[in-house]
Design a protein around this ligand. Structure first.
Ligand code: G3H
Ligand code: ZN
Length: 287
């Protein structure tokens, strides 16, 4: 199967009380690991680039082509959604131009009226091309690509207005934080999630999926979260595996300095982490 948009996939996830994972890619190895995990589990997957990662890799068009060509060369048959993560207005427009299947317009740091107006514009441009849109209300705590959020709870009235602007899924702040959770983290606000889920029927998105205890993730999914974003966990798994390779002096062994050998354990660690999260999220196998 080629690339698809996320509209029906996430709608079915919310209705079915499961989630589909959204995983960030940084390069060829990450792309292969994420797509390989989806194929191995025979489940749909969302692969995303942040603005920073896309810049690092050489631009949105290159990223889109990388994912598309990797799907082809690995004979990936499961549905794959190519998504822009935390895009600003310009990035969302560019990704719509180059053919991403889904874009997040993250206007949470703009005055609300501007976020609303720009979300509407992006929705119109994207939907004209069959591309899905994610909007965000209430900031996600921590830092992502230079966008720093304090982790406030989404305002229900604002969320209702933003959902009415027509996005296909909505990222909500419910006490979630990007990156590693601090020791004194209070946990997800299920009270706020309950209020949001009662009013908003489009799929809800949980950012900052790394490090949230499994029971909390499962409860959130049962209550209406249909897309869970996970990035830091793959980065940590990757980093530990590469470190272990060098710690064991494997680079000293026969041609152990070959980058293909050096990068293999990290790539496997990403794939294993993604597979484990797919299992947590209850993503059903493709029929
Ligand atoms: O948009 C991506 C994420 O929300 C990932 O957050 O790095 O804390 O897992 P994380
Ligand atoms: Zn995020």
């Amino acid at each position: 199967m080629s690339l698809v948009n996320g509209t029906e996939i996430f709608k079915a996830a919310r209705e079915g009380h499961y989630a589909v994972g959204a995983f960030n890619t940084n390069n060829l190895e990450w792309t292969r690991a994420i797509l390989g995990a989806a194929q191995e589990t025979n489940t749909p997957i969302l692969i995303q680039t942040s603005m920073g990662a896309a810049k690092y890799m050489g631009g949105y068009e290159l990223c889109k082509n990388l994912v598309e060509q990797t799907i082809k060369s690995m004979n990936i048959t499961v549905p794959v959604i190519m998504h822009l993560d935390h895009g600003n207005y310009e990035a969302a427009k560019e990704c719509i131009e180059v053919g991403y299947n889904s874009v997040m317009f993250d206007g949470h740091d703009l005055p609300f009226e501007e976020n609303l107006a720009k979300t509407k514009e992006i929705v119109a441009l994207a939907h004209a091309k069959g591309i899905s849109v994610e909007a965000e209300v209430g900031s996600i705590g921590g830092e992502e690509d230079g966008i720093v959020g304090a982790g406030e709870l989404a305002d229900v009235e604002e969320a209702k207005q933003l959902a009415a602007a027509g996005p296909d899924y909505l990222a909500v702040g419910i006490g979630n934080i990007h990156g590693v959770y601090p020791e004194n983290w209070q946990g997800l606000s299920f009270d706020r999630l309950e209020e949001l889920a009662a009013e908003i029927k489009i799929p809800l998105v949980l950012h900052g999926g790394s490090g949230i205890p499994k029971e909390q993730i499962l409860k959130a999914i049962d209550m209406g979260i249909a897309k869970v974003n996970v990035n830091t966990e793959q980065q940590i798994a990757w980093s530990k595996a590469v470190k272990a390779y060098y710690a064991a002096d494997k680079d000293e062994a026969e041609k152990g300095f070959d980058p293909r050998k050096v990068l293999a354990p990290g790539t496997k660690a990403i794939k294993d982490t993604v597979e484990s999260r797919i299992e947590w999220f209850g993503t059903p196998a493709v029929k």
